[in-house]
Design a protein around this ligand. Structure first.
Ligand code: NAD
Length: 431
């Protein structure tokens, strides 16, 4: 099939590369000319496992091309995915101006051939209606098109695998042609497909992300009780998770959820509910627990160091999760801001996110590895559970630090193993 992808970021690029890998002809568009120039040279603008080889393989096979000209994709494609960003405004409402802009541009390029415009970006309920309205206003009277919703559930860090092996595919459609087109497109992927109306598909995405964030906030709340009583949150989560109705996934206590999706999608869902006349107090509390959890990490550092002014803190991990270079709304960035306000000196290390972090984190020392970051530090805070951090040589680290003190904000270590080496250890809901 002929596919156009508008917006070649974390979602668009992965979607385009995977559809090409399934044998389709794909044109990936982005208005960031530097990004397109880099992709044309075979240089990935983001770090994502298996992305580079998938892109290069399909470019070589002639199934994947990149352009900054939306018209090329609009004319050549029969299915067009909109995968631009939907960032939050200060009141939590998602900013849909990129979606509107793309819809308008697409409409101006449409001829009389049938086009299926698919919202892939995470958007509020009724966005499908607005896209259709915008297309109608700006397209020629002879234009023929449908709008569909196909929310994306991939996770950064395992995006290619998630796209190719999803738990489910959600298709929101209002016409048989749109339904048949998307079912045909997804035929090679072996996963259950749920076909619904557009509004339900839009809600499925926000409800799913909000539920996952809720699960994390729930276990973080329990971890606070463990902190106060001496119980072990890891054992509690294990015991809860064995119940099939609950499941073990997303029951890892930590520094709170961050990243480019959960914070903005939870805020958006609260706002969307408000617009329908429903006060989503429950979700507001989920958000509040998350904000509180970030402060809990700061409190744990303070409890171990007394005065933070002039102390040196080594922050291990900046990315909001392992295996990505994405630092959008990462909890590490909030923590570093709080620490800097208290006058602490910050040394940081992240295996992949340093380049992106350098653009927003000022006044911190970027180090080449965890050992260099730990040098002369009064406290090591683990903020991302990168696999390489679980293999650190803490005997070596002990000789480098000023004070052997670890705040394990991702519960990566066995408390006893570090304590035996002479470290003061504090986890989230375990000690
Ligand atoms: P992103 O910022 O990485 O990518 C968006 C891209 O769109 C950017 O490269 C930008 O330059 C481009 N763009 C903006 N306006 C454009 C225009 N007029 N024409 C062409 N390109 C344009 O964002 P992302 O992380 O890929 O997220 C995209 C959407 O997918 C969001 O709604 C997000 O919530 C959703 N989503 C993201 C993830 C994730 O893990 N990142 C997962 C599922 C869903």
């Amino acid at each position: 099939m002929k596919i156009g992808i508008i917006g070649s970021g974390y979602v668009g690029l992965v979607t385009g590369a995977c559809f090409a890998d399934l044998g389709n002809d794909v044109i990936c568009v982005d208005n960031d000319k530097a990004k397109i120039a880099s992709l044309k040279k075979g240089v990935m603008p983001i770090f994502e496992p298996a992305l580079e080889e998938t892109v290069l393989r399909n470019v070589k096979a002639g199934r994947l091309i990149f352009t900054s000209d939306i018209k090329t994709a609009a004319m050549a494609s029969s299915i067009i995915f909109i995968s631009v960003a939907t960032p939050p405004k200060s009141n939590g409402e998602p900013d849909l101006s990129q979606v509107e802009n793309v819809s308008r541009q697409l409409a101006l390029c449409f001829d009389a051939s049938y086009k299926l415009v698919v919202e892939k970006s995470t958007v509020p309920i009724r966005t499908g209606e607005w896209i259709e309205h915008t297309l109608k206003v700006h397209a020629k009277k002879t234009a023929r098109f449908d709008v569909a919703s196909n929310p994306e559930f991939l996770r950064e860090g395992s995006a290619i695998n998630d796209f190719m092996h999803p738990d489910r595919i959600v298709i929101g459609v209002e016409s048989k042609k749109a339904k048949d087109t998307l079912l045909e497109l997804y035929k090679p992927i072996k996963a259950p497909i749920i076909v619904t109306d557009i509004k339900s598909a839009e809600i499925i995405k926000h409800a799913s992300n909000s539920y996952l964030a809720t699960k994390i906030s729930f276990i973080n709340a329990i971890s606070n009780i463990c902190d106060k009583t001496g119980a072990d949150i890891v054992k509690v989560a294990e015991g809860m998770g064995m119940d099939k109705r609950i499941g073990r996934a997303f029951l890892n206590a930590g520094a709170g959820w961050g990243g480019s999706c959960f914070p903005k999608d939870v805020a958006a869902f609260i706002h969307i509910a408000e617009k329908t006349g429903y006060d989503f107090k429950f979700l507001k509390e989920v958000l509040r627990i998350n904000e509180e959890q970030k402060k809990n990490v700061l409190e744990k550092i303070r409890n171990g160091l007394w005065i933070l002014k002039g102390k040196t803190i080594a922050v291990l991990g900046l990315a909001f999760k392992p295996n990505t270079d994405d630092i959008r709304s990462a909890v590490s960035v909030d923590l570093i801001d709080m620490l800097k306000k208290e006058g602490a000196n910050i040394r940081v290390y992240d295996p992949k996110a340093a380049a992106k972090a350098k653009t927003i984190l000022k006044g911190v020392v970027f180090c080449k590895d965890a050992y260099e970051a730990a040098r002369n530090s009064d406290c090591i805070v683990v903020m991302t559970e990168w696999p390489e951090f679980s293999e650190l040589d803490f005997n070596r680290i002990k000789k480098l630090v000023r004070q052997p003190f670890v705040v394990d904000a991702r519960n990566l270590y066995e408390p006893q193993s570090l304590k035996k080496l002479g470290f003061k250890y504090v986890g989230m809901g375990r000690r």
